[in-house]
Design a protein. Structure first.
Length: 196
């Protein structure tokens, strides 16, 4: 309840799930205790509205403009532009490797292991997206990742990097949008899956 009261309902649900797993593990190994998390339903902690709003063209224009004003690295700016151009999820982008990208055909083939629905997915790259990939290839050095970690080229960039920078892009007074709006590009509603 303390976590929920401080305004972190998602963390509170996560804590409840961890407590439930710890007690379930203990019970499975012979401990005769009741699992207190069984009596706490996630809906009693918080309910979440579905994210069904996409950015309008004017909001995308504002986001692109504001991206140039936030203090972040050039590669993160390029990553944000790639998300706008390809509408992939951040995990699909940050864990991408160069062997998935075919510069000749302009196709980025994402394996099923990284896709939410577990189907392989082809992203057909625009000229702008290919230009960004050329710039990223220069920045990546010898790493197999499009977005290598800052200090270890054998690792991809941290999954926590991009959202925090995205949240810095907020609408302010006089920008034609409600103050405090956080710009988060929505994944494409339709995906074309490849079959093997």
């Amino acid at each position: 309840m303390k976590v929920k009261k401080r305004g972190a309902p998602a963390t509170a649900i996560h804590v409840r799930d961890i407590v439930k797993q710890v007690y379930a593990h203990a019970i499975m190994h012979g401990e005769k205790v009741a699992n207190p998390a069984d009596e706490v339903m996630p809906s009693s902690i918080a309910t979440f509205a579905p994210k069904d709003r996409a950015l309008s063209p004017s909001e995308i224009r504002l986001m692109v403009h504001e991206m140039d004003t936030i203090p972040t690295s050039p590669t993160i700016r390029l990553g944000l532009r790639m998300i706008l151009l390809t509408l992939v999820r951040k995990a699909e982008l940050l864990k991408a490797t160069w062997d998935e990208v075919d510069f000749e055909t302009g196709v980025w083939s994402i394996p099923k292991e990284r896709m939410k629905r577990r189907f392989p997915h082809n992203v057909y790259l625009s000229r702008q997206a290919l230009d960004i990939l050329v710039a990223l290839k220069t920045c990546a050095g010898g790493s197999k990742y499009l977005f290598p970690a800052r200090y270890d080229g054998d690792q991809c960039m941290s999954m926590g990097t991009e959202p925090s920078d995205l949240e810095d892009i907020r609408a302010g007074p006089g920008k034609g949008i409600a103050a405090g709006t956080v710009y988060r590009p929505r994944p494409a509603p339709y995906r074309f899956h490849t079959t093997q």
